[in-house]
Design a protein around this ligand. Structure first.
Ligand SMILES: *Cc1c(COP(=O)(O)O)cnc(C)c1O
Length: 385
């Protein structure tokens, strides 16, 4: 199935709603039935047909079909946040006494889930450097049930050899989850490389307009229906029909947004790599990335998010650089139309739990503006240091 078909048509049964080109927003909590007999029959398939909107909602269903198809998955669920998607996916795999292997420096709230939250229920986690397959092999225990990946992570952009990890996990009967928010389904499809569950913060590229917080989980029909009956229905971190409609609108331009952001980023990092005030550029497709060959093997192109280590003496100089940027908004998140900057020094002191990163690391996201304007802006701000 081609991407254009998925984005423009898949899941949209237009003849069922007056040929409406944009899908209707089913802003309803419940659906009614004519007779007890019909209701009894429909209730048996509560999760597959319109009955109650915490379960199946027709607007959300269109979105689920599109996201699943984009990731070459049989089915998908959409959640009220990326963190809800992470929690549901992980909790669908582990129980008390189980062990998780997770790449080091995962998304901060994923780290929280594993270290602060699931530890309360007797789940243990080993964090490893995911660059070498041997580190996964060494971390496997009798009770390891899950390997959790972020390739690349969203601060320092280390990769894992996805195919090799998937083969290892399969041979030991261990489930694999990969947070694919960075690449979006346009640039990387981990299910085709053998990963069991792929998830996204849909807040980022999938929606792409910085106006919705949402998440998605993709996998086999069996896994997704089990997750729906358990974590999704029980914890209830569902998405509203309205937010689903906004993401459907955002998805129409997913491919062109991701391509534009990726192409501009290549120009921006080429400029930064040569600048004397930049010590290092962390991006999967940077020419200096020691994992460049692996990046080219498993990703179509790099994303719009990267980080730089500034060649400066003190935090004041980092602040001068960031404060002087005019085209980049200073904010968390990324994946929208707008370029952003996030300095690690805003997190507070180095070497703390929240911040194991260098104080002079600055994360930059390249949005949809013209690359030349962004380069000029970075240039003038670097000159202010
Ligand atoms: C933002 C983000 C999340 C969390 O998603 P929310 O939508 O903010 O809950 C998870 N993983 C990655 C890589 C992210 O960037």
């Amino acid at each position: 199935m081609d991407i254009s078909y998925i984005l423009n048509h898949l899941g949209e049964e237009r003849e069922e709603y007056y040929g409406s080109v944009a899908p209707p927003v089913f802003q309803t909590s419940n659906f009614c039935f004519k007779t007890v007999a019909i209701m009894r029959e429909e209730l048996k398939r509560e999760l597959e047909i319109p009955f109650y909107s915490r379960g199946f909602n027709p607007t959300v269903a269109i979105l689920r079909k599109k996201i699943a198809a984009l990731e070459f998955a049989e089915d998908a669920l959409v959640f009220s946040s990326g963190s809800a998607a992470v929690a549901a996916a992980v909790m669908s795999i582990v129980k008390a006494g189980d062990h998780v292997i997770c790449v080091e420096k995962p998304y901060s709230w994923t780290n929280n889930l594993l270290t602060k939250y699931l530890s309360k229920y007797g789940v243990t986690t080993t964090f490893i450097n995911g660059n070498e397959i041997i580190n996964f092999e060494n971390a496997i225990q009798e009770n390891t049930k899950l390997i959790y990946l972020e390739s690349p992570n969203s601060l320092t952009f280390e990769l894992q050899d996805i195919e090799a990890v998937a083969i290892l996990a399969k041979s030991k009967n261990i489930c694999t989850i990969l947070d694919n928010s960075y690449s979006s389904p346009i640039n990387q499809n981990p299910i085709t490389l053998g990963i069991d569950i792929v998830l996204h913060s849909a807040t980022k590229y999938l929606n792409g307009h910085s106006d919705v917080v949402a998440g998605a989980v993709c996998g086999s029909k069996l896994r997704i229906m089990k997750m729906m009956a358990e974590e999704y229905m029980t914890i209830g971190s569902i998405i509203s029909a309205n937010d689903a409609a906004l993401i459907l609108r955002g998805l129409r331009t997913l491919e062109i947004r991701v391509d534009r952001s990726a192409q501009s980023t290549q120009k921006v990092i080429r400029f930064l790599e040569k600048h004397p005030k930049i010590k290092q550029v962390n991006h999967p497709f940077s020419d200096n990335n020691p994992q460049l060959i692996l990046a080219k093997k498993q990703m179509k192109q790099g994303g719009g998010l990267f980080s730089v280590i500034l060649n400066v003496e003190n935090v004041n100089q980092v602040e001068l650089f960031c404060d002087n940027l005019k085209r980049f908004l200073m904010a968390a998140s990324w994946g929208g139309y707008e370029s952003l900057v996030f300095p690690v020094c805003a997190l507070g002191a180095s070497n703390s739990f929240k911040n194991p990163l260098p104080w002079n690391l600055v994360r930059i996201y390249v949005g949809l503006e013209q690359a030349e304007l962004l380069i000029d802006d970075l240039k003038q701000a670097l000159e202010k240091i």
